[in-house]
Design a protein around this ligand. Sequence first.
Ligand code: BES
Ligand code: MN
Ligand code: MN
Length: 459
Amino acid sequence: MEKAIQYINDNKQRFLDELFELLRIPSVSADAKFKDEVAKCADSVAEHLRKAGADNVEVCKTNGHPIVYGDKITDPSKPTVLVYGHYDVQPADPLELWHTPPFEPTVRKTEIHPDGAIFARGSCDDKGQMFSHVKAFEAMMKTGTLPCNIKFMIEGEEECGSSNLGPFVKANHDRLKCDVILISDTSIIANDIPSIDCGLRGLSYVEVEVTGPNRDLHSGVYGGAVCNPINILAKMIASMHDENNHITIPGFYDAVQVLNEAERTELNKAPFDVEAYKKDLGIGDVWGEKGYTTIERTGIRPALDCNGIWGGYIGEGSKTVLPSKAFAKISMRLVPNQSSDQITELFKKHFESIAPKGVTVEVRPHHGGEPVVTPTDSKAYLAASEAMLKTYGKKPIPTRGGGSIPIVALFEKELGVKTVLMGFGLDSDALHSPNEHYGIFNYFKGIETIPYFHHYYSK
Ligand code: BES
Ligand code: MN
Ligand code: MN
């Protein structure tokens, strides 16, 4: 291992420069305008894999954005690790809130990242984390220290639902055969408190349309006498939490796995500074379901949030209009054993049932994903734990992540293989927000820790 670590130390500047090149490509998967850039990014990842020493590198076409595959089979009798990551990124808007342009990576020091952080869309989620695997692989290849077989599957549609990855996995069972899936696309508690996510929430995502009168109306002539779809929609959304911030959709909690007191106590042992949390977010208080801590609210309890809402006049000045339509996008984060399709169905039924007669409503389901819990007693988890102990000097704490990586549940179902979520980012790195960043410390800590994972896992 020393040889690989030495190689990493000798190549730090180039590893940074190469990540910067990748970050300059605006691979926004949700927006068709960026289709060519997404393809260019896939080609670049493939080229990096090839140069690092991977065989069978292929940019696999799908009905959407391509999937990059590559492997190195050193010895079929050794274990095989499948590394999954994504090279696509979230849209960068609102652009005016970025201090430096989202696709021109810039290093700045922050309170949390005194050694500097790379500000760019995708720096943490997930280009920086995904690329640490490519660089760790390069270091092992160039120093002859790769102790196992390795396969890479880097997709370009994670941020918009991975809709073509499912069919790809189904069609490529043999090619993707492996003993464990390793993903770096989650967070640690803090740079001096390593942790490993052992769960991800699932997702139900819907768009709703509320229609009132058949045309926009004069808000003086009709105001007060006709259902205003914006008023109604706002009220409907607000009614979906009760006074205890419990979700009011009938049956919503029926399948929710309840943790016992001992499990909850264990979960809450993870260090959490609510004052620092409030300060980071600029909020006067936290919010959530009564009877649960913040750690529990994001880790083991479901949530319902309006992600966007629009309708009526939002241009300059005022236009006195009672709009015909109002819209919203709503996400529901799910926990074991809730099912995405079932929850979407319950939402639809409930939303239709609470609409007053003066409006009609339409619920359009988007992509979803199932929640997962990953084991903490597997050989792979123990290898990740030992690797982090080695490079951070502290044993990582098992935690539950609030975000979703829908493909993890699918890997388990399709390939019968479990995942280890060995992430290196921080929740405060502004993922999906303006000024996303990734600590230089975190980038290199990832590159150093990954070879140790392979080493311990192959022992
Ligand atoms: N990397 C995130 C998920 C994540 C972040 C998990 C931090 C745990 C901690 C991933 O890229 C993501 O954003 N997923 C989407 C999934 C959706 C688009 C289907 C999400 O969670 O919103
Ligand atoms: Mn991600
Ligand atoms: Mn993301």
